[in-house]
Write a protein that binds this ligand. Structure first.
Ligand SMILES: Cc1cc2nc3c(=O)[nH]c(=O)nc-3n(C[C@H](O)[C@H](O)[C@H](O)COP(=O)(O)OP(=O)(O)OC[C@H]3O[C@@H](n4cnc5c(N)ncnc54)[C@H](O)[C@@H]3O)c2cc1C
Length: 410
């Protein structure tokens, strides 16, 4: 069968790679090179035990603060408030206490086999070195801060995620660079990270091409429907035909499906990073500040400080003061931190109000599959998403229940 995958981020590249392994004729189309979207600059954490929905009880009361602190961990640009308000209402409602266990189960199902599902792809592309199974460490300054995250740790515990609370001694033994102000840590020993998310996507895409897949650098402008089913895509350089089309265009996916009347409440949660070479700090594993919500990941080319959420849409220019704020936070975490050569980046997390992606057949359009909206966990969820998409195209029974991710749930 001929399959077009639109979007060569981590989700599209994993999907295309698994489809090719099934023997299909696969075209992976991206308007930029592979990995140039959100998959380029993220924190790289691979979190099989990640099961906490972004929205939880009490979210509504936090919104006023998000509007007033321009450099806080979560920011809504005032000019964007009216536009994003309907989405925020859905986000707050999704976080009602009764919804949380089901969402947590669905996140867990998508994330738990992240390493196992990357394994055949990275082995084939000879880049196993990029996947590091080090564990990740969340650090807390105060007893109150540790106690404040009890709800999250309970959700993990209920789902048998291996986690261990460390006291100050063990914590500083594991990460000697960490400031003595941090008193507690929680180690998620089964987590890990990608040492260069961009290089991972590039290596998988190169291998896809070496194995006979087609990489096309084109902007897709629409989906072609003939006789009630998908027959290909329109691009800026002509049409491409296929039996199946997979939309994995991250935060831009709605621009392709809205013409078909498919409504998915996709929003960009913009995030930032500061990439620091020669920082003097190389923690043995990713360290997350629980209060500041910043990841410090020891990437192969330096220390990456990543995080923050900004609602400002797809077109507003980046506010790199937010990346600079990450550097200030790193100084607070690691007293010996010296910002050597710094580069800054902003990316669009494709996010849905209930923290779950859409994965599945688009209602009413045979041959059209959707795979986007992985939010804060796209590096983690991509490998399993790839297996799901391949199963759907092949008509095999999915390995996990796909009901929570169905596009028509909104
Ligand atoms: C600061 C930050 C930190 C993060 N940390 C983590 C983390 O630690 N762990 C984790 O699991 N996740 C993390 N994430 C989330 C993760 O990066 C995303 O969920 C993931 O990269 C989304 O992948 P994607 O393939 O869906 O989208 P993208 O990588 O954005 O890919 C979409 C692709 O579609 C292409 N495209 C769009 N429109 C068209 C069109 N019309 N025609 C052709 N091509 C098109 C784009 O060029 C792009 O290459 C983080 C994100 C941010 C911003």
């Amino acid at each position: 069968m001929k399959v077009i995958v639109v979007g060569a981020g981590i989700v599209g590249t994993c999907s295309a790679s698994y489809l090719l392994r099934d023997g299909h004729d696969v075209v992976l189309v991206d308007s930029q090179g592979p990995g140039e979207g959100c998959s380029k600059g993220n924190a790289g954490a691979l979190s099989p035990g990640s099961c906490i929905p972004l929205s939880g009880p009490g979210m509504l009361g936090k919104i006023p603060k998000w509007l007033t602190d321009p450099l806080g961990p979560l920011r809504i640009r005032p000019g964007y408030l009216a536009r994003v308000s309907p989405w925020l209402i859905r986000f707050v409602l999704a976080g009602r206490a009764g919804n949380i266990p089901g969402l947590a189960d669905a996140l867990m199902a998508l994330h738990t086999n992240t390493f196992e599902n990357y394994e055949p792809l990275v082995k084939n592309a000879s880049c196993q070195d990029l996947i590091r199974r080090t564990g990740t460490l969340t650090v807390y300054k105060t007893d109150a801060s540790l106690a404040g995250s009890q709800r999250e740790w309970r959700l993990r515990e209920e789902r048998q995620v291996r986690q261990r609370v460390l006291g100050a001694g063990e914590l500083h033994e594991l990460v000697p660079e960490l400031s003595a102000d941090y008193k507690h840590g929680v180690l998620l020993a089964d987590h890990g990270f990608v040492a260069s998310p961009y290089r991972l996507v590039c290596r998988l895409a190169e291998q896809f091409a070496r194995d006979g897949g087609h990489l096309e650098r084109r902007r897709v402008t629409g989906i072609i429907i003939r006789d009630g089913r998908v027959s290909g895509v329109r691009t800026a350089d002509g049409e491409l035909t296929a039996d199946h089309v997979v939309i994995a265009a991250g935060a831009w996916s709605n621009t392709l499906i809205s013409d078909l009347g498919i409504r998915v409440p996709l929003e960009s949660q913009r995030g930032y990073h500061a990439m620091v070479q020669a920082s003097g700090i190389t923690p043995a594993l990713p360290v997350v500040s629980a209060d500041a919500k910043v990841y410090a990941t020891p990437m192969e080319d330096g220390l990456r400080l990543a995080g923050t959420v900004e609602f400002a849409g797809l077109d507003a220019p980046p506010d790199f003061r937010r990346a600079d704020a990450l550097i200030a936070l790193a100084k607070d975490m690691f007293p010996a931190f010296a910002p050597g050569k710094v580069s800054r980046w902003m990316g669009h997390r494709p996010t849905l109000p209930d923290s779950l992606p859409v994965i599945g057949a688009a209602p009413g359009y045979p041959g059209l599959l959707l795979a986007f909206g992985h939010g804060h966990h796209g590096m983690t969820g991509a490998s399993t998403t790839g297996t799901i998409i391949a199963n759907l195209v092949a008509g095999r029974h999915p390995t996990i229940d796909l009901v929570p991710y169905r596009p028509e749930r909104f």
